[in-house]
Design a protein around this ligand. Structure first.
Ligand SMILES: Nc1ncnc2c1ncn2[C@@H]1O[C@H](COP(=O)(O)OP(=O)(O)OP(=O)(O)O)[C@@H](O)[C@H]1O
Length: 232
């Protein structure tokens, strides 16, 4: 479904990504791991066309999407939950959700009711403005908004950063439920232990290079990986 090959990217003259390769298959949950500043967000931004890659290729559903405008990449069926949520603060919850609604990619799975079923709290808050929501509610809204585009692939950058433990658990439950429906997901998060309970594969990024990929079992049984690449 998503295939990234030898991706390179820079901010101005500073090259940040040197060689990122990763795959997400249909129905798979894949994580992007690595310490702060290693290039996870930049990888996501490059996949989405928010940063123009200076080398390498991004294939999605068999087509090369490298270098397309972000809206065109989104239209191919990739839904992004960006770092920092970026919901529309002056719109209500419901307006935020409706603003992105689309069945362009063929699937009509995600409607307002379906999102409210996944996150009942959003239904309670449907008339509240974005600014009136807690961090957890904003993250639920950001996920709901991405789902309303009926994406073939959902990408979450920092899925639970800064959220209280109970809210985190709700987000994990949501992701597990989506996996149960065979939603393809690429997720960045630091909670490796929880991710390993339901993700299929993991990709570790170190200084702009994808240096390891493997299953949850392989990740959890190789303690040296965590020491080398994940501990601060
Ligand atoms: N807009 C920018 N301009 C210049 N350099 C940037 C910019 N954004 C990120 N960088 C640099 O690029 C490198 C990779 O950053 P990136 O945000 O992709 O890392 P990350 O793995 O997502 O880390 P984090 O977990 O802290 O978000 C870092 O050295 C960072 O300082």
């Amino acid at each position: 479904m998503l295939s990234v090959r030898q991706l390179q990217a820079s901010y101005g003259a500073a090259q940040v990504l040197f060689d990122i390769s990763l795959d997400v298959g249909a129905g798979e949950v894949v994580t992007l791991l690595g310490r702060n500043g290693m290039g996870k967000t930049t990888t996501v931004r490059s996949i989405m066309g928010l940063l123009r890659p200076r080398g390498g290729e991004v294939h999605f559903n068999g087509a090369v999407v490298t270098g397309l405008a972000p809206y065109r990449i989104a239209q191919t069926g990739i839904g992004l939950v960006p770092e920092g949520r970026q919901i529309f603060p002056t719109l209500t919850v419901e307006e935020n959700l409706v603003a992105t609604a689309s069945s362009r990619t063929g699937s009509r799975r995600w409607t307002l009711d379906a999102v409210y079923d996944l996150f009942p709290r959003l239904k309670e808050r449907r008339s509240n403005l974005g600014t009136q929501l807690s961090g957890g509610e904003q993250q639920m809204l950001a996920i709901g908004r991405a789902l309303m585009t009926n994406p073939k692939l959902l990408i979450l950058d920092e899925a639970t950063e800064g959220l209280a433990p109970l809210i985190r658990a709700e987000i994990w439950t949501c992701l597990k439920r989506l996996k149960g429906e065979r939603q393809s997901i690429l997720v960045i998060d630091k909670n490796v232990g929880v991710l390993a309970t339901f993700a299929d594969r993991h990709v570790i990024i170190e200084k702009g290079r994808s240096v390891w990929t493997g299953t949850s079992n392989e990740l959890m049984t190789d303690a040296s990986l965590k020491d080398r690449y994940l501990h601060v």
